[in-house]
Every structure is written in structure tokens, then in C-alpha cells.
Design a protein around this ligand. Structure first.
Ligand SMILES: *Cc1c(COP(=O)(O)O)cnc(C)c1O
Length: 323
């Protein structure tokens, strides 16, 4: 059975991203190693351009547009990091971008997306169907829709994070990756299993939104209601068809962590490592730091997926916890 993406696709993505995306640092912490009795390698995608790994997949997808697709540009409906990733990638490639966002999205995100030069159309999430609106706008303007995770070029782009990590630090026993729709973990699993064949790839979801954990156990995609969690980048209701095909073949297990554990991990990164990591970005690290699986003596890669959080929310979470 062949998977939707191969290691060669990830290497090709890495070549496209060379000199465009940051080769983000891999940091270590003696305190984290002592806490876990393991060697942890944190891949800092919170320090990626626009603040999250999503730039990798978006740029890899847009860079492969035909001249005709470039002329009309890219469209996306997302309120999160994918929107900003599409907007920035489109600007760098000199093409138009249109982002369909809910009118009640955080003003900071709307401003940031416009700041990257994208046109933003707001819709009412209670009365309007964004998929229908997006499809209509795409058809009217001839734009190409790039979804946030279920697309082979997006998945391959995200996999370059793990490719860089293993090339920088060598073989791993375990790779911990947060899971929303599964774009990041599917790309990373293909890269990690190729470069470090014995490596176990473990997904981490918020406790309230464990649809991929359920899906893996049942062998089919499980749909859930919008989960209530501070990990807003992982509030997806189900994996994609393409991402799940890879997850099923290559991901060894999926663990969950609570919102309180995410807040403790955020505090750890702020106080000990001087890193701002958004709640979703803490999923994989929280699993390690909170002992969600035994890691003693192992070499463990941990993807910190993003750092986009406004100061007010960041301060409030650190002061008051997830309540
Ligand atoms: C989108 C996102 C995720 C989830 O990624 P998927 O590819 O949907 O699994 C995790 N963390 C951050 C910061 C994100 O922006």
C-alpha cells in the first residue's frame, strides 16, 4: 500500500524551503532532562517565520502552483496559524491571497493576516457556512484552495521539521508531535521513520479532543464535537483522509494531556528556557514533562509547534491557569 507522501516529497519540500524558512534551532535543557531522566531535543517551531511550523506546508504548496494558479492566487478559510502562513507565503511568491475568517476571530490575528498583505473576508460563523462561501469565492475568482492539513504538499512541507531535527541531532528513540488535523505528524512520521527507522512516533492531543487517539484505536476516522480546550490549534473535529492514512501506517500511539498540564509546560518554557510557546505548541512537551509515557534513558525529539499567543492571554493563563 503506498502512502500519500514519500520521503522524497519531504526532501523536495526541504529544497524549496531552503533559504526561505528558518532552520529553527534545537534546544536542550538540563532541567527537562533531569525531570524525565531522558535526553530531550526541542525543535523550536515557535521561532519559525510567522511563529509556527505552518509556514513550511503553506509555502511548499504555493511554490508548486502553475503560472496560471499563481496569477489567481491562493484562498484559505482558517482563523489560525494556517491563514497567516498562506498570507506570508503568497506575499513572498508574489501572488494574491484571500483568507475567509470568522468575524469574531481575535482582532490580532485578523490584523496580522492583513499585515502580510492578504485580503480578509469576514463571515458570521453562526449564520454562514464557511465551506460554501470559500468554494463560491474560489470559483468566482479562480483561486486555488489550500486546506490546513489534508493536502500532500502541506503534509510534506510540515515533515521538513522532523527531517531537520533528526539531521541535526542524530537518531531518536521517540518523537513526540502534537496532533490537530494530523498534517504535522504525518509529515514528521514519514521523515522520522526514514531517517531513524527504530524511532517510535507518538502523537499528543488535548484530553478533551482525542479524536485521533480514538480513530487510531478503532481503525477509522472518528468525528467529535468542537472540543473545549485552550489548545486552539488542535480543536479539529477529525483527521483528514490523507493524514489518517499516514497516521494509521506510521504513528505508534497517541497520548493526551490536560489543559492544566499545558499551562504548566508553558510556565516551564517561559521560566526555564525563555521561550514563548502557545498552548497547542506545548502538547508534545507536556506529555514528556508530565510523564505521560516512560522515557527513562531515551533520546526524545519534541516538536514545539508554535508560539503565537497575545500577551494578555499568555499572562492570564500563566497567572490563573486554565480555569
Ligand atoms: C495547526 C497547528 C497544530 C496542529 O497541526 P495539524 O497539522 O493540524 O495536526 C499544532 N500546533 C500549532 C501551533 C498549530 O498552528
Amino acid at each position: 500500500m503506498s502512502l500519500p507522501i514519500s520521503f522524497a516529497d519531504i526532501e523536495a519540500a526541504a529544497a524549496r524551503l531552503h533559504g526561505v524558512a528558518h532552520r529553527t534551532p534545537v534546544l536542550t535543557s538540563r532541567t527537562a532532562d533531569q525531570l524525565t531522566s531522558a535526553q530531550l531535543y526541542f525543535k523550536c517551531e515557535n521561532l519559525q517565520r510567522m511563529g509556527a511550523f505552518k509556514f513550511r506546508g503553506a509555502y511548499n504548496a504555493l511554490a508548486q502552483f502553475s503560472p496560471q494558479q499563481r496569477k489567481a492566487g491562493a484562498i484559505s478559510f482558517s482563523s489560525g496559524n494556517h491563514a497567516q502562513a498562506i498570507a506570508l507565503s503568497a506575499r513572498l511568491l508574489g501572488m494574491p491571497a484571500l483568507i475567509v475568517m470568522p468575524a469574531d476571530a481575535p482582532p490580532l490575528k485578523i490584523t496580522a493576516t492583513r499585515g502580510y498583505g492578504a485580503e480578509v473576508i469576514l463571515y458570521d460563523r453562526y449564520t454562514q457556512d464557511r465551506e460554501a462561501l470559500g468554494a463560491q469565492l474560489a470559483a468566482e475568482r479562480g483561486m486555488t484552495l489550500i486546506p490546513p492539513y489534508d493536502h500532500p504538499h502541506v503534509m510534506a512541507g510540515q515533515g521538513t521539521a522532523a527531517l531537520e531535527l533528526v539531521r541535526d541531532v542524530g537518531g531518536l528513540d521517540v518523537l513526540l508531535v502534537c496532533v490537530g488535523g494530523g498534517g504535522l505528524i504525518s509529515g514528521c512520521a514519514v521523515a522520522a521513520k526514514h531517517l531513524s527507522p527504530g524511532c517510535r512516533v507518538i502523537g499528543v492531543e488535548p484530553e478533551a479532543g482525542n479524536d485521533v487517539q480514538q480513530s487510531l484505536r478503532r481503525g477509522e476516522i472518528v468525528h467529535i464535537d468542537v472540543p473545549k480546550t485552550i489548545a486552539d490549534g488542535a480543536q479539529t473535529q477529525h483527521a483528514g483522509n490523507l493524514t489518517f492514512a499516514v497516521i494509521r501506517a506510521l504513528v505508534d500511539d497517541v497520548l493526551t494531556v490536560s489543559d492544566a498540564q499545558l499551562v504548566r509546560a508553558m510556565g516551564f518554557f517561559m521560566e526555564r528556557m525563555k521561550l514563548v510557546v502557545e498552548p497547542t505548541g506545548c502538547l508534545a512537551a507536556a506529555a514528556a514533562l508530565e510523564g505521560a509515557m516512560p522515557l527513562r534513558g531515551l533520546r526524545v525529539g519534541v516538536i514545539l509547534s508554535g508560539g503565537n499567543i497575545d500577551a494578555e492571554r499568555y499572562a492570564r493563563l500563566l497567572l490563573q491557569g486554565a480555569a
